[in-house]
Design a protein around this ligand. Structure first.
Ligand SMILES: Cc1cc2nc3c(=O)[nH]c(=O)nc-3n(C[C@H](O)[C@H](O)[C@H](O)COP(=O)(O)OP(=O)(O)OC[C@H]3O[C@@H](n4cnc5c(N)ncnc54)[C@H](O)[C@@H]3O)c2cc1C
Length: 444
């Protein structure tokens, strides 16, 4: 079959990979010049360097992403730096690290040996996790993370040190608004899984190079080509001026809405599109700092204590030298701010100065922070959809003939994460291939 994929994010490219592998002729249309969508390389003239649009981490539980990397013939260890999960605050006030014990013992052991929580807080935290496990990682679909934490009698300190950072990192949504079920699913696959599943994997190369730029040459990729028109009928799909046997729309929800609303709609199609208009979005900001020389932080990824009233928005601090493949790259730090709506309301130069001050203050007991010689602040306004309770999310199959959807926002059961995108792309490709209408099309 001649198949089109619209969108070269991780979902579209995963779909393209599996379609190509199944022997179809695949063309990928991508509006941007660089592959990777919301996880891609950007060039920063200010830093005179390539950086990512935002620091990303993967988990050992991202099984489909890791499988894809393997199928592309890439060596996982050379593209991903792996560390046992260790939530360690930069100022030393909190530390939770998975010890060298097999699952499921590693989790209670990590909590019991944590510093920065009382015994009572540790026991309540373990109890909450055990109850989740007993309930097969399902909770009330309407509950927010905040509701669930209150029900589990988690203290303010346990929330501040453990649950809130975890919820923001995984769901990019405040605990007051985030859906508890989405967090439970992330916990099931990470902390609740094998010890390897809770490993933190940090890209050692830029996000476009990580795998999107390694697809087989048999896939025709057209960067810088925004699709404007998509029409399908029983026999074919027309994309702008070209005809295909089938298509996967792997864009953002607003873009998918624009493309699919093109023609007059049946009642089923109207109903299918309704949830796409309902998504809310949350920003993520990443401040990249260039340093005069290498630093020597104790760990690649440290937690920061945020205080938005002082414009101390930083939540996580990464030192690139500790994971980058290319050790000749200039020394850089990235500071990540999830759910960054408040940050975007302040002048960028004030935010940058305050966040540099925050890092300096909270790393005082390490070696002094080197001089900052350049910076880039990237705010991705629609970084992820808001992970709200009981969301309606569309399936990969659609009521349009010969059209499937892919994207982290389809009904993957996950929040907006790379693994959800990769799984969704693979699923859309499988459904399309299984529809088996190429003979039908030829017969017609
Ligand atoms: C700053 C930031 C940090 C993040 N951190 C993490 C993290 O640490 N871990 C994690 O797992 N996830 C993280 N995420 C989420 C992760 O990046 C996304 O879940 C994932 O990239 C979504 O992939 P996608 O293919 O579904 O969508 P997208 O990447 O949005 O892909 C859609 C593509 O479609 C293209 N497109 C749209 N319209 C058209 C058109 N008409 N014609 C052609 N092309 C079109 C777009 O240009 C885009 O490339 C983060 C996201 C951001 C922004």
């Amino acid at each position: 079959m001649k198949v089109a994929v619209i969108g070269a994010g991780w979902a579209g490219l995963s779909a393209a990979f599996y379609l190509d592998r199944a022997g179809h002729r695949v063309t990928v249309f991508e509006a941007a010049r660089t592959l990777g969508g919301r996880a891609r390389r950007v060039h920063s003239p200010r830093l005179d360097s390539d950086i990512d649009n935002g620091q990303h981490i993967l988990l050992g539980a991202y099984s489909e992403t890791l499988k894809l990397i393997g199928l592309l013939g890439l060596d996982q260890a050379s593209v991903l730096h792996a560390e046992p999960l260790a939530l360690r605050s930069a100022d030393g006030s909190f530390m939770l690290r998975t010890p060298a014990l097999p699952a499921p013992l590693h989790l209670p052991a990590a909590v019991l040996t944590a510093n920065g929580l009382s015994w009572r807080e540790k026991l309540l935290l373990i109890k909450a996790m055990m109850r989740l496990r007993r309930q097969h990682w399902t909770v009330d679909a309407q509950a927010t993370v905040g509701d669930w934490l209150a029900q589990e009698r988690q203290s303010e300190r346990a929330i501040g040190r453990f649950w809130r950072p975890l919820c923001l990192a995984a769901l990019n949504t405040s605990i007051e608004q985030a859906g508890a079920q989405l967090l439970a699913t992330v916990l099931r696959d990470s902390l609740g899984g094998s010890k390897l599943a809770s490993q933190v994997l940090i890209p050692r190369v830029d996000l476009s190079q990580l795998w999107p730029e390694h697809l087989p040459p048999s896939i025709a990729i057209r960067p810088g080509t925004a699709v404007r028109r998509l029409v399908s009928d029983a026999v074919h799909v027309a994309i702008d001026d070209e005809t295909f046997d089938a298509a996967i729309v792997a864009t953002s929800p607003p873009s998918a809405l624009r493309l699919l609303r093109h023609t007059s709609l049946t009642a089923a199609q109207e109903e299918f599109l309704a949830p796409l208009a309902d998504f809310e979005y949350r920003p993520i900001a990443t401040l990249t700092l260039k340093l005069a020389h290498h630093w020597n932080l104790p760990q690649a990824m440290l937690m920061l204590d945020d205080a938005p009233e002082k414009l101390h928005f930083g939540q996580w601090l990464f030192e690139r030298r500790l994971f980058a493949q290319d050790q000749q790259l200039p020394p850089m730090l990235s500071i990540v701010v999830s759910n960054a709506g408040q940050l975007a309301n302040h002048p960028p130069h004030e935010v940058v100065d305050a966040m540099i001050e925050q890092v300096r203050a909270q790393t005082r007991h390490h070696s002094p922070m080197p001089q900052v010689t350049g910076h880039e602040l990237i705010v991705e306004k629609r970084a992820t959809f808001a992970a709200l309770p009981a969301m309606r999310r569309p399936t990969n199959a659609t009521p349009w003939p010969r059209i499937w959807l892919a994207g982290d926002w389809t009904d993957t059961g996950y929040p907006a994460v790379l693994e959800g995108a990769v799984r969704s792309g693979k699923r859309a490709a499988e459904l399309l291939a299984a529809a088996g209408f190429s003979q039908h099309s030829q017969a017609l």
